[in-house]
Design a protein around this ligand. Structure first.
Ligand code: DQA
Length: 153
């Protein structure tokens, strides 16, 4: 059981959203992403804690921290998606639903982006809808939490 709180975790280089390869990732910023998720969650009575880091260990720490603090985690592990056993093990270790988000359609890009180390241990994955994927993941996460009776307040 968790409170009506979600964790939003973004991995390396996503602090550069808006400036970074706008043809692939769009012109909206990480601040816009956080606002979109917060507004969507708030409409359903949930609050959001949003973190971004370029460092793998920070993401592991926040996944662990979310257990007990939140009812679910929405994560874009960015490049760590494709190689991080540490993030996968952290997701496996917590009892929370985790949804993986990618802004771009990773399956239509370079072959090294086609596989995710994390997705097999996630509740679901949202890929290729741009920034709106975070909103879709938030709605999916809340639906899942509510239908499974995972929140306690
Ligand atoms: C990404 C896709 C990853 O392959 C890439 O390394 C990123 C962003 C996305 O949101 O589309 O940094 O996770």
């Amino acid at each position: 059981m968790g409170t009506k709180r979600l964790y939003l975790l973004n991995g390396p280089n996503l602090n550069l959203l808006g400036k970074r390869e706008p043809g692939t990732y769009g012109k909206q910023t990480l601040e816009d992403v956080a606002k979109l998720v917060k507004d969507t969650a708030w409409d359903h009575g949930y609050e959001v804690v949003a973190y971004q880091s370029n460092h793998e260990g920070d993401l592991v720490d926040w996944i662990q921290e979310a257990d007990g603090e939140a009812a679910g985690i929405i994560i874009n592990p960015a490049a760590y998606t494709h190689n991080s056993i540490a993030i996968r093990d952290a997701v496996s270790a917590v009892s929370l639903p985790v949804i993986e988000v990618h802004i771009s359609n990773v399956h239509s890009r370079e072959s090294f982006r086609h596989s995710s180390m994390i997705a097999p241990v996630c509740a679901g994955q949202v890929v290729g809808f741009g920034i709106d994927g975070y909103r879709l993941a938030t709605l999916g996460m809340i639906q899942k939490i509510e239908s499974e009776g995972r929140h306690d307040s």
